[in-house]
Ligand binder design. Structure first.
Ligand code: PGA
Length: 246
């Protein structure tokens, strides 16, 4: 049985005052569902200190353990601040910072070495989808962004169609099911049935209280990576509840 995971990605949003919303989320986190919030790195330690029932994660890390990388953070620094997870290869990092699959793979190794669970993101653009290349693109991203050595303890995969992020557009259940079953099959081929069946697959992109139940009803969707709707307990709590009930 895969434990369900509701992961919030605050992106470059939030403040110390916003951490009060974590108290309400902690109550919702009491079911079978694991709740994770990834605030900006400056808030990780405060978030960790505030709320034990919720896992706290980072949104990126450097591939090196230390050195002359002004402005960057190592995976161990995130861990030392209280993070247990880190989002890697988000499409905004791939677009804004030119992150390649190879770099994402190197960051994933760094995260594993520091004892963090990597949430490795893949997803097609609208052009990819319109050209019928969705599965090719996602297959290549998975193959090259995920290093050898993935387990259910150190890795979560998030399918985030780029065109669905922050747009209010959501793929149909059939489209999500197609990609998630493709990802599961690709993991089985690479890691064998036992490991692949235990790795959690999240859907991300405009998950809201209004569409969460339908998305969580799709086979092989083990939870969500939630951006905008994770910023307030009013929005994130009903998503966690929908996952609890799925
Ligand atoms: P969104 O973002 O829920 O605001 O669409 C999801 C994400 O980018 O992780």
């Amino acid at each position: 049985m895969r434990r369900k995971l509701a992961a919030g990605n605050w992106k470059m949003n939030g403040s110390p005052a916003a951490l009060t919303d974590l108290d309400a989320l902690a109550d919702a986190a009491t079911g079978d569902t694991e709740v994770l919030v990834c605030p900006p790195a400056t808030l990780i330690a405060q978030a960790r200190a505030r709320c034990g029932a919720i896992a706290i994660g980072g949104q990126d890390c450097h591939s090196a353990t230390s050195g002359a990388h002004t402005g960057d953070l190592s995976a161990a620094m995130l861990r030392d601040a209280g993070a247990t997870h880190v989002i890697l290869g988000h499409s905004e990092r791939r677009a804004d910072h030119g992150e390649t699959d190879a770099l994402v793979a190197a960051k994933t190794v760094a995260a594993w070495d520091a004892g963090l669970t990597a949430i490795v993101c893949v997803g097609e653009t609208l052009d990819d989808r319109d050209a019928g290349k969705t599965l090719d693109v996602i297959g290549a991203q998975l193959a090259h962004s995920l290093p050898d050595g993935a387990t259910d303890a150190n890795t979560v995969i998030a399918y985030e169609p780029v065109w669905a992020i922050g747009t209010g557009k959501v793929p149909t259940s059939a489209q999500i099911a197609e990609v998630h079953s493709f990802l599961r099959a690709a993991l089985v081929q690479r890691l064998g049935n036992e490991t692949a069946s235990a790795i959690r697959l999240l859907y991300g992109g405009s998950v809201k209280p209004t569409n969460a139940a339908e998305i969580f009803g799709v086979t092989d969707v083990d939870g969500a990576l939630v951006g905008g709707a994770s910023l307030t307990a009013d929005d994130f709590t009903p998503i966690i509840t929908a996952l609890n009930m799925a």
